[in-house]
Design a protein around this ligand. Structure first.
Ligand code: FAD
Length: 397
């Protein structure tokens, strides 16, 4: 029973997938999330369960062994998973982005080799643009690949790889110096296969260890140090140098819908916790939900949950219909992540002192929400994308 965040016009298959995932979230994720989060434990059993359900291949085409589902289905699944525990959505997000990039930009050999193994979860993807000195300013990438015969030699340090230790494939954006005037055209994306784990996992590539984060625990986020790492030219995504920036931005754009969906999931959970608590906790002789100040908070929270969900669904549907959706993805990401921060904060306030206790779920959501303001481009970067798009569309004549 839930009135908020419903989606009209879903097919029977979409409804079936969502109902299966929701049951999995309620039974397997929510009851275990607090303990796994506080002990910073990788959710292996949950990941195995998602593999069994075929979620790693949800959007991979049927001809490559996936379920061939749309971005909308994927986003609604992510919304449910993040409602349970955002870290679990982090496990599949980078994988989904890399599978999307290979599906849309890979050579036929790359698709045939990677996608079937990605669909089963045997190969799991991470993607790496950020470096210690840059995140928003992607064109300033310093990690460099120099050609040496049929191979390239990669040197440099990467930062903030979600699933850096637990993945075995990294979509890696590096500088290749094509000599193009625009810095964006001097970037190339390599598909780097590596063993899972930490330390020098293969010659010339070290994954130093898990970064200790404020929230978003369980899932590993790492650095990656390339020191004379050698890789063949056939590992270039799509086989052509210089196209890496556009390929990565395509991946990040669908990633923005994904981050919106995560924000929606956390907001839904924060609302559910607040509306429940507000009817159980009494002050001055009545449940706090009967004090208008609290009831109005619930009204505003519910409205934000609904608005964010609708914008997320709209962006996903635009993409699925083949329309340009950069502005809408930016808007959905901006609104959903900002609302998520507000809704969790209000839920926290409704919980009074108990909200500050690690026994209560809202404490975790309060630490998860801020990441969504940063990941896949900060709010300032979304506003840059949105305003550029609007000025292009509404150019003064
Ligand atoms: C937990 C976590 C997981 C991550 N996972 C990944 C991953 O898997 N792969 C990956 O590649 N990256 C990942 N990142 C990196 C993330 O994408 C970057 O942190 C993000 O893009 C912001 O970059 P930055 O941290 O370098 O901030 P900066 O770019 O240094 O920005 C700092 C501040 O300046 C503002 N700012 C920057 N430029 C402008 C401008 N032109 N106008 C106005 N304001 C501006 C920003 O909005 C921000 O407020 C992850 C980060 C975190 C925290």
């Amino acid at each position: 029973m839930a009135r908020l965040a419903q989606t009209a016009g879903l097919t029977d298959i979409q409804q079936e997938i969502l109902s299966t995932v929701k049951t999995f979230v309620d039974k397997e994720i929510i009851p275990n999330a607090q303990e796994l989060e506080h002990s910073d434990t990788y959710p292996q059993e949950i990941v195995d369960g998602m593999k069994e359900m075929g979620l790693f291949g949800l959007t991979i085409a049927e001809e490559y062994g996936g379920l061939g589902e749309s971005l909308l289905t994927y986003a609604l699944v992510v919304e449910q998973i993040a409602r349970g525990w955002m870290s679990v959505s982090g496990v599949i997000n980078t994988h989904f982005i890399v599978a999307h990039m290979i599906s849309h930009h890979g050579t036929e050999e790359q698709k045939k080799y990677y996608l079937p193994k990605m669909a089963t979860g045997e190969i799991r993807g991470a993607f790496s643009m950020s470096e210690p000195d840059l995140g928003s300013d992607v064109a300033a990438i310093k990690t460099r690949a120099k050609q040496d015969g049929d191979e390239f030699v990669i040197d440099g340090a990467k930062m903030w790889l979600t699933n850096g230790g637990t993945s075995n494939l990294i979509a890696l954006l590096v500088k290749t110096d094509e000599g193009a005037d625009r810095p964006h055209q001097n970037l190339t994306c390599f598909l780097v296969e590596k063993p899972e784990g930490y330390g020098e996992v293969t010659k010339g590539l070290t994954i130093p260890g898990k970064l200790d984060k404020m929230g978003y625990k369980g899932v590993d986020t790492t650095e990656a140090v390339f020191d004379g790492f050698r890789i063949g030219a056939d590992a270039i995504l799509g086989g052509k140098r210089g196209g890496g920036f556009a390929q990565m931005m395509d991946g990040v754009e669908v990633g923005r819908v994904n981050v919106s969906a995560r924000a929606c999931g956390i907001s839904i959970r924060a609302f559910e916790l607040a509306v429940d608590y507000a009817q159980q906790r009494s002050t001055f002789g009545k449940p706090i939900a009967e004090h208008q100040a609290i009831a109005f908070k619930l009204a505003e929270m519910g409205t934000k949950v609904e608005a964010a969900h609708l914008m997320m669904v709209n962006a996903a549907r635009l993409k699925d219909s083949g329309e340009r959706f950069d502005v809408e993805a930016g808007m959905a990401k901006l609104l959903a992540s900002e609302y998520c921060a507000e809704v969790t904060q209000e839920s926290f306030r409704i919980h009074g002192g108990y909200g500050f206790s690690k026994e209560y779920e809202i404490e975790r959501l309060m630490r998860e929400a801020p990441f969504l303001l940063i990941g896949e481009g900060t709010s300032e970067i979304q506003k840059t994308i949105i305003s550029r798009g609007l000025l292009r569309e509404y150019r003064a004549r």
